[in-house]
Design a binder for this molecule. Structure first.
Ligand code: NAD
Length: 248
């Protein structure tokens, strides 16, 4: 477990950063009740990842949609930001944090109040029509249907996050790269560093001279190679401790 001097050091590094950024993965939302995809309690232990295969979704939406709805709308809608999300919101609000680059699709950083959120894999709370391209906010649609259809001309609606077989949104990837080159301190929270090409963002930051603080319940691909300060523990608990230290 992380010791007090490490928390004090993290607070000091964050306070003196010139261009602070954060890079988050599924682990930041676990304490909000959103499970990761992989690992012991991962979503793919209970569901077939094939539901997020784009060509299958296009061809057989009536098979994929009920499962997609259950995971990403019925379950995600119960989730609220935890102390880690709120800490990042505090850091942006107080002018320290320039952006959050997230691999998550749960919208919890925005719910916590962050405005500069780069969504590397999209956002489940938006849906896009595969026919006309228009995007709709999930709260404005009735999604407990057999297959969601576009209010315009009835095209198939797809959650606006990356399915298997899709490429990363160009805008998000370009913005993430620019942030990685600008930052002098990046905080990694709850990410394995195994999902490509997102995993390259912290590497780009390190190669551009940034220091790295990593918060995770377990060591990752990054820990030995990139990390300057590893804080072992749950994202919300560790962020809560740093937050308290910074307010002392
Ligand atoms: P991942 O790379 O996002 O790994 C999850 C990491 O979180 C692991 O390193 C794990 O040790 C760590 N972790 C778990 N609980 C934690 C906690 N309480 N505090 C801190 N760290 C914790 O891997 P994945 O789950 O396979 O995800 C694959 C991709 O899918 C990623 O891009 C991920 O962001 C995305 N995803 C997003 C969500 C979401 O939007 N909430 C949920 C599942 C997956």
């Amino acid at each position: 477990m992380t010791k007090d001097p490490d928390i004090a050091r993290a607070a000091e590094m964050i306070s003196s950063a010139r261009y602070l950024t954060a890079f988050t993965g599924a682990g930041v939302s676990v304490e909000s009740g959103v499970p990761p995809f992989r690992g012991d309690k991962g979503i793919w232990n209970n569901y077939d990842p094939g539901i997020l295969d784009l060509s299958r979704y296009r061809s057989y939406p009536e098979e994929s949609w009920p499962v997609v709805y259950e995971i990403f709308y019925r379950n995600f809608s119960q989730a609220h930001p935890n102390k880690a999300h709120l800490f990042l919101s505090f850091l942006e609000e107080s002018g320290r944090l320039k952006s959050v680059i997230t691999q998550n699709i749960d919208n919890l950083h925005q719910e916590a109040g962050n405005r500069e959120v780069i969504e590397y894999h999209g956002n489940s709370q938006w849906l896009a029509c595969l026919y006309c391209g228009e995007r709709f906010w999930s709260g404005d649609l009735n999604l407990s249907v057999q297959v969601p259809r576009c209010p315009n001309e009835g095209g198939l609606l797809k959650p606006d996050f990356i399915f298997f077989g899709e490429t990363i949104p160009v805008d998000a990837s370009m913005r993430a790269n620019v942030e990685a080159e600008r930052t002098d301190l990046m905080i990694l929270i709850g990410t394995t560093g195994e999902v490509m090409p997102a995993a390259m963002v912290p590497r780009r930051a390190k190669n551009s001279g940034a220091s790295i603080i990593e918060i995770n319940i377990a060591e990752t691909n990054y820990t030995e190679q990139l990390t300057d300060l590893f804080l072992k523990g749950k994202a919300g608990e560790i962020c809560g401790m740093i937050h308290r230290e910074m307010r002392r």
